[in-house]
Design a protein around this ligand. Structure first.
Ligand code: NAP
Length: 252
């Protein structure tokens, strides 16, 4: 029997059907966790992730995280789907803006904040409140390493939301201690945003990433497992960005 560090863990990964979220679900499954693969529109992909032999056990749950009523129901629904309380929440689902997008041009200017900040906060609080007495929990928020420069140049609803999520991580780490740890993975350049067609990330790699390479979903998953398994770490932001946060304001 291999050493599976997360046996007994019940994880909910939002936006777990595709891209980085998919890799996080599979890595958690390989580590022995039971996994709820949340999706909004990617139902077929979510079913394929849940059916992957990497998992001990995995199920899917659909919800629109832009709808506060659906957010309020997600932790109980996920727990019911597994038959046990959730004790690892991975806030991965996200809405992205094209670079430079202004809230004034958005048809729903509050959507980024609802999905990227308010939903993660509500889900974290709901998970903490539903934990059995004496049980420990863990939250990992997927952030953006440009939070380092955005205090000077945040010019989109996405940027503002990830900046707020960065602060929320540390605030919740204090508020939910000692039973629930809250950490952040701040990503750099892993996969080009699906909403920005034809994005050429080569210029980002050449000019802004000290390691000179894009990071991989597997590297993000490796850091998630580290945070999930280490009871000493809370309120921490781990930059998975090849040093991109060191290179100053980003021009795209
Ligand atoms: N990609 C990168 O290089 C990069 C860089 C910096 C930070 N990050 C962060 O890392 C995380 C994963 O990145 P990613 O690029 O894989 O994410 P993504 O593809 O932009 O989005 C992940 C999922 O979020 C879900 N989602 C969007 N709106 C939703 C809503 N209203 N309700 C519920 N779910 C919703 C979608 O699920 P469905 O497909 O089911 O609709 C989508 O597949 C995100 O938090 C992102 O901000 C990524």
């Amino acid at each position: 029997m291999p050493n599976l560090p997360l046996v007994g863990t019940r994880a909910l990964v939002t936006g777990g059907a595709v891209r980085i979220g998919r890799e996080l679900c599979l890595a958690l499954g390989r580590a022995g966790a039971e996994v709820v693969v949340h999706f909004r529109t990617s139902q077929d992909e979510a079913s394929r992730v849940a059916a992957d032999p990497a998992h001990v056990r995995a199920v899917t749950v659909q919800a629109d995280l832009g709808d506060p009523d659906q957010v309020a129901e997600l932790i109980p629904r996920a727990a019911a789907a597994l038959g046990k309380p959730i004790d690892l929440l991975v806030n991965n689902a996200s809405v992205y803006d094209p670079p430079g997008a202004r809230t004034s041009t958005s048809p729903d200017p509050d959507l980024n904040r609802r999905v990227n900040v308010l939903a993660p906060e509500s889900l974290a609080r709901a998970m903490a409140a539903a934990l059995p007495a004496e049980a420990a929990g863990c939250v990992v928020n997927l952030g953006d390493s440009r939070v380092i420069t955005w205090p000077r140049e945040a010019d989109s609803a996405y940027a503002r939301s990830k900046l707020e999520l960065h602060g929320l991580t540390r605030r919740l780490a204090l508020e939910l201690a000692p039973r629930v740890r809250v950490n952040e993975l701040a990503l750099g350049s892993v996969l080009p945003p699906v909403t920005v067609e034809g994005t050429d990330y080569e210029h980002v790699k050449r000019n802004q990433i000290p390691t000179g390479r894009h990071d991989t979903p597997a590297e993000v998953a490796h850091a998630l497992l580290f945070l999930a398994a280490n009871p000493a770490i809370t309120g921490q932001t781990v930059y998975i960005d090849g040093g991109r946060h060191l290179t100053g304001p980003v021009k795209e």
